[in-house]
Design a protein around this ligand. Structure first.
Ligand SMILES: CC(C)(COP(=O)(O)OP(=O)(O)OC[C@H]1O[C@@H](n2cnc3c(N)ncnc32)[C@H](O)[C@@H]1OP(=O)(O)O)[C@@H](O)C(=O)NCCC(=O)NCCS
Length: 170
């Protein structure tokens, strides 16, 4: 497996992987029309290309040969918590492994890489993650890495508002 920075030529593969992994994980929660609108707004090629090229963005993709197997985004914190300071603190924003490759250590490796980046970029500042309240597997992984619940917020997809936990590692 290779873990590589995301370059412009990777955007089509990133877009397809992001839409697939979001749909596999959360697709059942939303009406199909709302899901499609969210996927376009979040993962269209131009949207992702602009986000990847933004300031203080850390994106990595894991490749198994030519297959994009997982991706990670770390960036300035954007979570709605009164203590979160995007000028001084970072967030592990997205961590998705394709379903067919779950449970092989890829998520752990990418998480370690992302947290290492946040430590380098923001020093000892708190690190943040938002996670769906019912995503027990991801929560277990984050807890094992020192994250604790610091708050909650509503994540809106179309007409549905999900309950999300805000996790922080001090
Ligand atoms: C959460 C996710 C990133 C973990 O990646 P992964 O490559 O499957 O996980 P790993 O093989 O690296 O295992 C990491 C930890 O996850 C947990 N885990 C792994 N497989 C598990 C399973 N079948 N059931 C419960 N927990 C499991 C364990 O805590 C494991 O640590 P351990 O090996 O020390 O016990 C991945 O499952 C995923 O992409 N899920 C869908 C998207 C998602 O939920 N992303 C997080 C959004 S915040």
């Amino acid at each position: 497996m290779k873990i590589l920075p995301v370059e412009p030529r990777h955007i089509p593969a990133l877009s397809a992987l992001a839409a697939k992994t979001f749909t596999d994980t959360f697709g059942h929660l939303y009406p199909p029309g709302d899901l499609q609108t969210f996927l376009r707004a979040s993962y269209a090629h131009d949207v992702l290309a602009a986000e990847v090229a933004g300031p203080d963005q850390f994106w990595r993709m894991a490749w198994l040969g030519d297959e994009a197997a997982a991706y990670l985004q770390a960036c300035p914190v954007g979570l709605p918590h009164p203590d979160a300071d995007p000028a001084r603190e970072g967030e592990l924003k997205r961590l998705y492994v394709d379903t067919s490759h779950h449970g092989r250590g890829i998520g752990k490796q990418l998480l370690a890489l992302g947290l290492g980046y946040l430590s380098e970029r923001y020093g000892d500042a708190p690190q943040w993650i938002g996670v769906w309240s019912e995503n027990i597997k991801a929560q277990a992984l984050y807890r094992a890495n020192g994250f604790e619940k610091a708050g909650e917020y509503g994540f809106v997809v179309g007409g549905v508002t999900d309950r999300e936990f805000i996790l922080r590692k001090r």
